[in-house]
Design a protein around this ligand. Structure first.
Ligand code: BES
Ligand code: MN
Ligand code: ZN
Length: 520
């Protein structure tokens, strides 16, 4: 998808479809919804609103053909709901819903009318109720943030998982134009650079989704490593891949315990971004779980739903997508990504319940359940990141079903051993329009992972399973500031939504990129 910027009056734009946002102001004195886009569009929206055909409710779509007074062939009004409930999460979804609505009608070239600076704020002013947008503070959610959200939301929407269908209809857009009215205060230059970085981030998120979408037979650890190498050479990153021999040589006993059960060789993918002029400290370490298929191993999973365990490499793929964006956006901060890629399979060589394995750090682990493999491979991934000099760590993993039980499929889990690092991530997540909810990692929980025979067990009891998994990882980060993202419930959409297809979501990519950029 091409992204273009036009500084032009909305009525002058030639396009297959102009998209304009309509908010429900909630104001008692003017009950009609209000279009963000000036007088000419308001004439059209007021007429529809008066007829009761346009209410401004969220995700509402009203399409006009040959709109009077416009050069556009069509005009799509997108309802946004109450203005004060719209933040970065919501606006990305609204833009995405517009894109998916138009794609389904084979429309290829579209243009978004960018609300004028202050236009959102004015609507917000009118609405005196105190409901808050779920993310994006009012003050920051303006101007360039809106342009960014439109483009990123459009990329999320412009992705289909049905790549293996013999008779596939390619619905993807050719071009998306963001139209800013000449009256805007922000300069063409700042808008253009915002759109460009939003495009890079959107494409990188979709790069992650492509990886996650592949079935386990097509996306083995070796293939994932090849994809990482190719991306690295295209984007100017250093890439190194450790195979079975090196993994054993480094005494990564926890990673190897999982990997040895599979016929497919594991890969430990290391990507390095070392821009000239960046300080030697910090070095941000991004560690991802790359289980290309999780059968559960000897503690095998039930057949029902097992096919979904091809997405158990979504954390690793998120790190690769984030590195792609970072390499192209070039923030002045060092970043090292480590993706632990392996299958988790039952076999005569597989690790077994009761086994004791020694991690690279020297800690001994009693295996209770071979299906708790993610924490095993991350234990060595995190320790290796520290060995490589990372000063701050973030891991992402489809780690526990328990996290899905706790938070459902709305928020991903986030854990941190350092409040100020958490605050940084929280800021980043808000401007990236992604949802994470913090869960605790306190010393009191440490008791859950005690073993009778070894230092720790790899699987604790039934309760607080997302937390005991995080406590396990915490053993391997020691005193390094660390964030753990459990994305099990969010990495894959069970159903399509107006703004996104069913399938891989690419969660965490945008927040990770923002988090890294904010360090620079
Ligand atoms: N990959 C799974 C977690 C998962 C569950 C991801 C659902 C996506 C959706 C992980 O390896 C796993 O099997 N975890 C076990 C841990 C248990 C054995 C302690 C779980 O959550 O049941
Ligand atoms: Mn598992
Ligand atoms: Zn798993």
């Amino acid at each position: 998808m091409q992204i273009e910027l036009k500084i032009k009056k909305f009525v002058e734009v030639e396009t297959d479809c102009l998209v304009a946002f309509v908010v429900d102001t909630g104001a008692k004195d003017s009950p009609l919804p209000s279009v963000l886009g000036g007088k000419a569009l308001a004439d059209l929206s007021d007429e529809l609103a008066a007829a009761g055909e346009l209410t401004g409710k969220p995700m509402e779509t009203v399409l006009l053909h040959q709109p009077a007074g416009l050069k556009a062939k069509r005009l799509l009004f997108v309802g946004c709901g109450k203005a004060n409930k719209i933040g970065g999460v919501e606006l990305r979804r609204l833009a995405g819903a517009a894109v998916r609505f138009l794609r389904a009608r084979s429309i290829k070239d579209i243009a978004f009318a960018l609300p004028d600076e202050g236009e959102w704020e004015n609507k917000l002013e009118k609405d005196k109720s105190h409901a808050q947008a779920s993310s994006g503070s009012r003050a920051s959610f303006a101007g360039l943030d809106v342009a960014r959200a439109i483009v990123e939301g459009a990329f999320v929407a412009d992705f289909d998982p049905d790549v293996y269908k013999s008779h596939r209809r390619d619905l993807s857009l050719h071009s998306l134009t963001v139209v800013a009215s000449p009256a805007r205060k922000s300069t063409e230059k700042s808008l253009a650079s915002t759109l460009n970085s939003a495009r890079i981030i959107g494409e990188s998120q979709n790069f992650t989704r492509q990886l996650v979408n592949e079935p386990g037979n097509a996306m083995t650890p070796t293939v994932l490593a090849d994809r990482a190498r190719k991306m690295a050479s295209e984007c100017g990153l250093k890439c190194e891949v450790l195979g079975p021999k090196e993994i054993q040589k480094h005494k990564m006993g926890a990673f190897w315990a999982v990997a040895k059960g599979s016929e497919e060789p594991p890969a430990l993918i290391v990507l390095r971004y070392e821009p000239s002029g960046a300080p030697s400290n910090p070095v941000i370490g991004l560690v991802g779980k790359g289980v290309t298929f999780d059968s559960g191993g000897i503690s095998i999973k039930p057949a029902d739903g097992m096919e979904k365990m091809k997405y158990d490499m979504a954390g690793g793929a998120a790190m690769l997508g984030a590195m792609r964006a970072i390499a192209l956006l070039k923030p002045k901060v060092r970043v090292t990504a480590i993706v632990c890629a392996t299958e988790n399979m039952p076999s005569g060589k597989a690790y077994k319940p009761g086994d004791v394995e020694i991690a690279m750090s020297g800690k001994s682990i009693e295996i209770i359940n071979t299906d708790a493999e993610g924490r095993m491979i991350l234990a060595d991934g995190l320790a290796y990141a520290r060995e490589l000099g990372c000063t701050h760590l973030v891991d992402a993993a489809t780690l526990t079903g328990a996290c899905v039980v706790a938070l459902g499929m709305i928020n991903a889990g986030i854990f941190a051993n350092d409040d100020s690092l958490y605050d940084r991530f929280h800021e980043a997540q808000q401007s990236a329009g992604e949802k994470f909810w913090r869960l605790p990692v306190e010393d009191e929980y440490q008791e859950m992972i005690k073993s009778g025979i070894a230092d720790i067990v790899n699987s604790a009891g039934r309760w607080g399973g997302a937390i005991s998994a995080a406590m396990f990882l915490k053993e391997f980060v020691e005193d390094t500031p660390w964030i753990h993202l459990d994305i099990a419930g969010i990495a894959w959409m069970e159903e399509a939504k107006p703004w996104i297809a069913k399938g891989p979501t690419g969660i965490a990519v945008r927040s990770l990129v923002q988090f890294v950029q904010d360090f620079a």
